[in-house]
Design a binder for this molecule. Structure first.
Ligand code: ZN
Length: 314
C-alpha cells in the first residue's frame, strides 16, 4: 500500500455534442494531444475521446463522450463546474491572442489566490480556465498546435459547485486525503498527494441553481490512486462509510470505481499504473479506433455506428 492513496486529479470527463467540433477545439485550439480514440464502454455507439500531454499522463487527461444532438446542460450546484488548465506564468498574452484569432470569447484576466486566469467556454458551453502560474514544472507536449513554451501543462484545478461545503470537504480531507490550503470567502481550495498544479480541488459554495447534466457539463471527475491494492483499500473504506461504490471496472487504460460524493458529484478513483501505451505505440496514440477486447467481435458494426472524424485542419 502506498503512503498517498490519492495522488491528485486523474482525469475529467464531460459530455459534448459533435465529436468533430470537440476535436477541433481541444486539439486544434487548446493544442492538446488526442491520446486515445475509443468508445464509451457502456454505450459503444458513442466515442470516448481522451486528450492530454504526449502520453496522456495522469493529471492531464480531459475526456469526452460526444453525443451528437445532446441537449445542453446547465451549470449549477451538485456539479464539477470549472475545469482549469495550467499554463506558464508569462503565457496569458499568447493565449488571449490565440482565443481571439479563433473567435473564442474570454473573460478579462482575473486574480485568485496567487494566480491569474482567464475563463471561457468550449464549443458546447463547458467552462474552462487557463491559469498562469510559475509553480508547474511538468513538461508540455512538444508536437501540438501550440508552441511548447506556451502549451498547457495539464490540469491546474477543478471547481466543485455545492450548496454547502462541510460534507464534501469532510470526504476530501478524510478518506480522500486532501488538505485545505487556501480559502477566500465561499471558495475553499484543497490539494492532495505531492500538492500543487493538478491536485487542487476547489469548492465554491452558495445558493446557486441546481446543475443539470447535459452537453457542456462535466459527467464525473476521477482521482488518481497508485495501483489496484490502494484502490481496493479506498473502496473498502468508502463502503464502511456507507457510500454506494461500484465494483472495480476495467477501463482498459486504468481500473475504476465510482461513487457519488455528498453534494451529488460523481467521483471516480482510477489507477495510475496502466496508461495509454497499453494498446498503441507511443508515436501512434489516438490514430486508430481502439476497442477493448470484448468489443472486437463487433468492430465492423461499431465503426459503422460512429460519426466519421478527422484530425483538425486549422
Ligand atoms: Zn472516468
Amino acid at each position: 500500500m502506498s503512503n498517498n492513496l490519492i495522488t491528485g486529479i486523474h482525469h475529467i470527463t464531460a459530455l459534448a455534442d459533435d465529436p468533430q467540433k470537440n476535436i477541433d477545439f481541444y486539439v486544434g485550439i487548446l493544442g492538446l494531444r488526442l491520446v486515445k480514440k475509443t468508445v464509451n464502454f457502456d454505450s459503444p455507439d458513442v466515442y470516448h475521446l481522451y486528450y492530454g500531454d504526449d502520453m496522456g499522463s495522469v493529471g492531464t487527461i480531459m475526456t469526452f463522450f460526444p453525443f451528437k444532438g445532446i441537449a445542453r446542460g446547465r451549470h449549477g450546484t451538485g456539479q464539477a463546474t470549472v475545469s482549469s488548465f495550467s499554463i506558464p506564468e508569462n503565457s496569458l498574452g499568447y493565449w488571449i491572442e490565440r482565443l481571439k484569432k479563433y473567435g473564442v470569447r474570454h473573460s478579462e484576466p482575473q486574480q485568485r489566490f496567487d494566480e491569474v486566469f482567464i475563463s471561457f467556454y468550449d464549443q458546447d458551453g463547458l467552462k474552462i480556465e487557463l491559469v498562469a502560474n510559475a509553480k508547474d514544472t511538468r513538461p508540455a507536449w512538444t508536437n501540438g498546435f501550440v508552441p511548447e513554451e506556451h502549451a498547457i501543462r495539464g490540469f491546474y484545478s477543478l471547481t466543485l459547485t455545492e450548496t454547502g461545503y462541510e460534507k464534501t470537504a469532510g470526504l476530501l480531507t478524510s478518506t480522500l486525503q486532501h488538505r485545505l490550503v487556501s480559502e477566500q470567502g465561499n471558495y475553499f481550495r484543497y490539494e492532495s498527494g505531492a500538492g500543487g498544479a493538478g491536485t487542487y480541488i476547489d469548492i465554491a459554495w452558495g445558493n446557486e441553481t441546481r446543475g443539470l447534466q447535459g452537453g457542456g457539463t462535466v459527467h464525473h471527475i476521477a482521482f488518481g490512486t497508485p495501483n489496484d491494492t490502494d484502490q481496493v483499500k479506498l473502496r473498502e473504506t468508502l463502503l464502511d462509510l456507507n457510500y454506494q461504490v461500484s465494483p472495480v471496472m476495467d477501463r482498459q487504460y486504468f481500473h475504476s470505481i465510482y461513487f457519488r460524493e455528498p453534494g451529488n458529484v460523481l467521483f471516480e478513483v482510477a489507477t495510475n499504473d496502466i496508461g495509454f501505451a497499453i494498446d498503441e505505440a507511443k508515436d501512434k496514440l489516438g490514430e486508430s479506433l481502439k476497442l477493448p477486447q470484448w468489443y472486437e467481435a463487433q468492430r465492423e458494426q461499431i465503426e459503422k455506428s460512429l460519426l466519421p472524424i478527422h484530425f483538425p485542419k486549422l
